[in-house]
Design a binder for this molecule. Sequence first.
Ligand code: ATP
Ligand code: MG
Length: 286
Amino acid sequence: MQEKLRIAVQAKGRLNEGSLKLLEESGIHLIFGSRNLVSPAKNFPVEVLYLRDDDIPQTVAYGAADVGIVGENEVLEKKEPVEIIKRLGFSRCRLSLAVPQQVDYTGPKWFEGKKIATSYPGILNDWLEKNQVNAEIHVINGSVEISPGIGLADAIFDIVSSGSTLVTNRLKEVEVVATSEAVMVRNHSLSTTKQAILDELIFRLESVQRAEGKKYILLNAPNDKIAEISAVLPGMKSPTVMPLAEEGWSSVHSVIDENDFWEVIGRLKKAGAEGILVIPIEKMIF
Ligand code: ATP
Ligand code: MG
């Protein structure tokens, strides 16, 4: 039987959807969903293990899985010997210290002698040591943000993204200790076969990532405007220009960045472009 690359992903939670979408877009179609512990793929030599995110760094470090998709925060916290091979750009968040809103925060020393509730004692401890602060760490799993309100702690150290949970609990963010996003980690020693499968997987992921935020644009233009229009289009290479059936007109194709989109469209219209079509791009291979 052919050797398979084992990928650990979160069974349910905030990383699950993004992880499975990424695999799906890379052409890896799983046979079973996350109600099972493991699923093979239909058409690619990989097998997915569905786990709790806390267990992913260790599972990869010990080789029960070859690679894993997990939050950088868990990698930092667990300190397992895994290697981050790819940043995946989803589930972005930060790990921050927050205190009750009425506190007059003066800097790291404010935490001296205080009790801090967190699910990330390792990262917090490193920060406290770095800032030479002695504080009591109170480890809780889940609903960390309610602990100051119920008198369980003076402050919290937790994941923040929009900050709305902090506001709801009358807390304010005072120190950003680390930032995080979903990452792909690997075991330090993979067989040649597994390494080759991983290389192919990475190639596919990069093709998907490259296409993100990019659009394919087609427009019609009178031939005497093509030079001006081409100058506006920051495509991969120079744009493709093809003659239209109508004499004196051409069709111009290129790739544009979603961020510059409205500005580019405005300039194209001014330069004489007509019938502009914008199409999503799924994958980009170089
Ligand atoms: P599990 O049951 O697998 O242990 P969990 O409850 O520990 O799940 P989730 O809340 O599903 O974890 O979060 C998983 C990861 O998603 C976190 O470790 C973090 O990297 C990221 N994350 C958590 N909260 C947010 C958020 N509000 N915005 C963006 N990313 C987040
Ligand atoms: Mg967890």
